[in-house]
Ligand binder design. Structure first.
Ligand code: E4P
Length: 257
């Protein structure tokens, strides 16, 4: 019987998925390592925000795109390339740098230049025919890729077949048009698990903290979002109330000494 997509409440936890895969592949032959831990990427080209996320100690990488670079006023080829190197020097993980070309030869040229910049660079390619061909080219050469602007399970399947390192389904932009972005992550998880595709599901266009929590429940390998969404994970009023009480009780008890 083929597995069917589960509802939000029926979703299997990453731990359950992990043990199922352990029994299917054995510990050492575990093909799909997605369940071992979730990576946090920050989705920005702002160096201060990247430094703040890095300082928190939970950052695994960075994603950028041409709009995020433009937002920071990074223009002109040399400045753009230098900015990617600056980002790589702040973080230890993967840094997605997107090509601007839309033709195959241009993507290959630009992607090679980006990949040569730093070994942390992941070449980010759009989900087009040329982008899929370029993903295959880079994957055959052992260069990491991130296929972006993914809005359907079929597109994600193609990206995996091309050997992409990451596939980026845009959940926030789907939510924006009354379509369940998280349901797409579930569908891709199901498809990739059916065949053991190693392409990592990078939940992109994350807009808020609950997107992160729900992506973790479904078993997205990576999420990329703004600093505010990551910091939102810290917040709970009972933590603040409890800490204030601990401080007050400590001060009361130690005042006399
Ligand atoms: C993905 O890598 C994109 O940079 C990003 O997540 C897009 O997010 P947005 O929809 O908030 O622009």
């Amino acid at each position: 019987m083929p597995r069917t997509a589960k509802s939000l409440t029926q979703r299997e936890t990453p731990k359950k998925l992990c043990s199922r895969q352990l029994s299917r592949f054995g510990t050492l032959q575990l093909k799909n390592k997605h369940t071992l831990y979730m990576k946090f990427f920050i989705d920005t080209a702002n160096l201060n925000e990247i430094k703040a996320a890095q300082a928190l100690g939970v950052l695994d990488g960075v994603t950028t795109n041409p709009s995020l670079m433009a937002k920071e006023g990074i223009t002109g080829k040399n400045n753009i390339l230098k900015h990617y190197v600056d980002i790589c020097n702040i973080v230890t993980g993967d840094v997605s740098a997107e090509v601007n070309a839309v033709d195959y030869d241009g993507m290959i040229r630009e992607g090679e230049e980006l990949a040569d910049l730093h070994d942390q660079i992941v070449v980010k390619l759009p989900m087009t025919k040329e982008g899929v061909m370029a993903a295959k080219y880079f994957s055959d050469k052992g260069v990491k890729t991130n296929v972006t602007l993914v809005f359907s399970a079929g597109q994600a399947l193609l990206a995996a077949k091309a050997g992409a390192t990451y596939v980026s389904p845009f959940i926030g932009r789907l939510d924006d048009v009354s379509t369940d972005g998280l349901a797409l992550i579930e569908e891709i998880r199901l498809i990739y698990d059916n065949y053991g595709y190693e392409t990592e599901i990078l939940a992109a266009s994350v807009r808020h903290t609950m997107h992160i929590v729900n992506c973790a429940k479904i078993g997205a390998d990576v999420m990329t979002g703004p600093l505010s969404a990551i910091l939102g994970l810290l917040k709970h009023p009972l933590t603040d109330i409890g800490l204030a009480q601990f401080i007050a009780d400590f001060e009361k008890g130690n005042k006399a000494n």
